[in-house]
Design a protein around this ligand. Structure first.
Ligand code: SAM
Length: 200
């Protein structure tokens, strides 16, 4: 059995939280996601990093539960938000029908391939009926590491669809692609997955 998270990857974020906090993530997909949710919706953010997106969601009037597996990142997010962000690893998510939305920007891409299905199952359970789930991944064909030693699951679209399907029923699931530059400054292809849990 593989470990639920990758030690080297988490060590990287724990040791580079301050530097990472300087980097603002893109916001286009977030605006679209929020537009699909009712005003004031309860949103869980996984892997919130330094809290840039959480701050935008709070400012837009959403009820945000910001979490990150690195205590140092959660501290950066807490400072930015002026309220606590929780330290929580993905596999520790234990909520049941609590959230209208789950936002996981560029973070589940670090979940070991064998463990991703279990994390997606937890996300599915955490969503209320009709809830919306966004996650982004760097695309590829096989797992690997970048030059900063961070682990990536590098899924293909087909592999990802199969993984989501095993995790639970989705009323809809769309995948869009884009190109972008990561913290390692390398250009990468991203998969943006938006899935909605059936209304019940
Ligand atoms: N979403 C933020 C953003 O876009 O700025 C941060 C993205 S950063 C690429 C990935 C984040 O996932 C880091 O903050 C890291 O600490 C967190 N992370 C990595 N593995 C994790 C795990 N197993 N559980 C929870 N968080 C994890």
């Amino acid at each position: 059995m593989t470990q639920a998270f990758d030690d080297d990857t988490l060590r990287f974020y724990r040791g580079n939280a301050a530097a990472y906090a300087e980097r603002k993530p893109a916001g286009g997909t977030l605006t679209r996601f929020l537009g699909e949710l009712p005003p004031g919706a309860r949103i869980l953010e996984l892997g919130c990093g330094a809290g840039h997106h959480a701050a935008e969601m709070l400012a837009a009037g959403f009820d945000i539960d910001a979490t990150d597996g690195s205590p140092e990142m959660a501290a950066e997010a807490s400072r930015r938000l002026g309220r606590p962000a929780r330290t929580m690893l993905f596999h520790q998510l234990d909520a049941d029908a609590l959230y209208d939305g789950v936002w996981a920007y560029a973070c589940l891409l670090h979940v070991p391939r064998d463990e991703l299905g279990a994390v997606l199952t937890r996300v599915h359970r955490a969503l209320k009926p009709g809830g919306l789930f966004y996650a982004s991944f760097k695309s590829g064909e096989a797992e690997g590491r970048d030059k900063l030693a961070r682990y990536y699951n590098y899924p293909s679209e087909d592999w990802l669809r199969a993984c989501y399907a095993e995790a639970g029923a989705w009323e809809s699931l769309t995948i869009e692609t884009s190109e972008g530059r990561g913290f390692d400054q390398e250009v990468a292809s991203f998969l943006h997955v938006v899935a909605r849990k059936p209304a019940g």
